[in-house]
Design a protein around this ligand. Structure first.
Ligand SMILES: [Zn+2]
Ligand SMILES: [Zn+2]
Length: 175
């Protein structure tokens, strides 16, 4: 079966591997869903801010009508409308913060910028760390100091140990 990747933007999941993920994250459908999500949030937040900065339109709120319509410089939103919108903005921003929190809990400080950027950087960092830690494990080939006679002419105490170390005599007992 394997792990599955769930995309919050698209509300669908698929088998998680590099190929699928790359294909999905660069797909038109996904990019559209992602933009729509951010637009939804930005629009709601912008509308809320705009409406809150206006004074209520008395005429509209009293009669339900106003000749200026959407061009009115006063707000046509009732208190309930504003509360609803504000709750929507809050829910959206909490959903966004929840995603960040989950990533941070995975053991990372998430910098500003998009989550995709951060994931990409993390992948690079991990693969760099892997290739770095592989380096010291490579055995350094032993070399005799320059100018020494060939190894077979050296006394045994100056000869390099064979690969795997000196063999132990079969009946060796310490003590
Ligand atoms: Zn998606
Ligand atoms: Zn009005």
């Amino acid at each position: 079966m394997g792990k599955r990747y769930f995309c919050d933007y698209c509300d669908r999941s698929f088998q998680d591997n590099l190929h699928n993920r790359k294909k999905h994250l660069n797909g038109v459908q996904h990019l559209r869903a992602k933009r729509a999500w951010y637009d939804l949030f930005r629009d709601a937040a912008a509308i809320l801010q705009e409406e809150q900065s206006k004074k209520p339109c008395r005429k509209f709120l009293q009669t339900g009508q106003c000749d200026f319509g959407s061009n009115c410089r006063f707000s046509h939103m009732t208190e309930q409308d504003l509360e609803k919108l504000s709750a929507q903005v809050q829910a959206l921003s909490q959903a966004g913060e929840q995603r960040l929190k989950e990533l941070r809990q995975e053991g990372a400080d998430v910098p500003l910028g998009t989550i995709e950027d951060w994931l990409e950087k993390r992948a690079k960092r991990l693969s760099a760390a892997q290739s770095n830690s592989a380096l010291p494990e490579k055995p350094v080939p032993f070399q005799y100091p320059p100018g020494w006679p060939p190894p077979q002419e050296l006394p045994p105490s100056l000869q390099a140990p064979p690969a795997g170390g000196w063999p132990l005599p079969p009946n060796l007992q310490w003590g």
